[in-house]
Structure formats: structure tokens, C-alpha cells
Design a protein around this ligand. Structure first.
Ligand code: GRF
Length: 203
């Protein structure tokens, strides 16, 4: 399966996916990396792996619709099977999501449905959680609420800072996203029209 990854920052999740794709039996390849930030570290990581990159800065376009239209046109040239949002910090419109229904994955640094949105680690600590983690889900119109594909749990330690917890979660993000993409790219998991997740018996 041909995957386009979207990054806005360091791109460590994209890098984890690209590394997983290098395995001969892995059913996906990252064919391009898109970013909305020209300075995103993920672009340099992709270029180091000879993965084509494209930048679509929001301020270069008159509206969100024009910004998305440019991205969709570039995607149409590539014809990806899947899109993996990997630290991409923009919300996609319903029209964009519908154009790739059931084919957009995202990784979120919390155990959804707990702590959607930002500052997830500090919120987990403040809430007195003893576990935290990450979620890979299909992207639907609402933010961070699509059907869950995979999750991983880490302990929250006494006196954990948000930074320490974030680093612990990021490590399992990389493993979880690679496992989730393998499940979806192999057809083991699909999103039904009603938004539920269908798993093949063999998975
Ligand atoms: C990760 O914590 C991811 O869960 C969140 O943003 C961070 C980006 O990490 N969406 P990276 O850009 O993949 O290194």
C-alpha cells in the first residue's frame, strides 16, 4: 500500500513508519511526506531517506479550502492508498476526509477517548492518572474521535513531568503506529461505513 505521511514537527512517528516499511514483508511504503511547515524536522528526515517531500504553507493560500485543494491535487497525482497523519497539527475539513474515507490514520498521544486535543500529558498527570499512552485511529470529521485501531499503555510515575511522560509515550507511539499501519495496509482492519472498525477473523 502507498502511503503519504503528513508532518508538522520533528517527524519521529513518520520516521518510525518509514523504518517499519523497510522490512521486506511490511505491506506499505511511504511514497511522500507532506508538511504545512517548511521548517518541519520531519522534512529533513524524509529527504535523508530519499522520500519525496512537499510543503503547503497555509499562509500561501487565501483560504483553508484553497490550502486543502492544493494538497488534494498533489495527492491525486500520487494516488495514495492511505494517509498517515504523524504529528500533523491541522484539522482536516469534512470534504477532505470524505475524499479519503476510511483511509486516513492519525496518532494521538493519549488513551482516547480520554484527553482529546492538546497538552494531553499534563492533563493526564493533573487528573491523577496512573497510566497514559497513545491511540492510532481512523480520522473522522470530529477531532480525535474516529474508530480506534490500536492503543498502547505506559505507566505514569510519581512526580512525572509532562516532558518525561511525553518521552515515554513517544517511544510506544512509534511501535504502535507501525503495528497499526501494518494491520490496515494488510487489510486486517478496515473502517465500516457506519464508522466502526471491522477486524478480519485472522487478525
Ligand atoms: C507526537 O507526540 C504525536 O503523538 C503528536 O505530536 C507529536 C509529534 O511527534 N501528534 P513527531 O512529529 O512524530 O515526532
Amino acid at each position: 500500500k502507498r502511503v503519504v505521511a503528513f508532518v508538522s514537527g520533528g517527524g519521529s512517528n513518520m520516521l518510525a513508519l518509514a523504518r517499519a516499511c523497510e522490512a521486506a514483508d511490511y505491506p506499505a511504503e511511504i511514497v511522500a511526506v507532506f508538511s504545512d511547515k517548511p521548517e518541519a524536522g520531519g522534512l529533513a528526515k524524509a529527504q535523508a531517506l530519499r522520500i519525496p517531500t512537499r510543503v503547503f504553507e497555509r499562509k500561501a493560500f487565501g483560504s483553508k479550502a484553497e490550502h486543502e485543494a492544493a494538497i488534494l491535487a498533489a495527492l491525486a497525482e500520487i494516488g495514495p492508498d492511505l494517509i498517515c497523519l504523524a504529528g500533523y497539527m491541522r484539522l482536516l475539513s469534512g470534504d477532505f476526509i470524505r475524499a479519503y474515507e476510511g483511509k486516513i490514520l492519525n496518532i494521538h498521544p493519549s488513551l482516547l477517548p480520554l484527553f482529546p486535543g492538546l497538552h494531553t500529558h499534563q492533563r493526564a498527570i493533573d487528573a491523577g492518572m496512573k497510566v497514559a499512552g497513545c491511540t492510532v485511529h481512523f480520522v473522522t470529521e470530529g477531532m480525535d474521535e474516529g474508530p480506534v485501531i490500536a492503543q498502547a499503555v505506559v505507566p505514569v510515575l510519581i512526580d512525572d513531568t509532562a516532558e518525561a511522560l511525553a518521552a515515554r509515550v513517544l517511544t510506544v507511539e512509534h511501535q504502535t503506529y507501525a503495528a497499526a499501519l501494518k494491520l490496515v495496509a494488510s487489510g486486517g482492519v478496515t473502517m465500516r461505513a457506519d464508522g466502526s472498525v471491522e477486524r478480519l477473523a485472522s487478525e
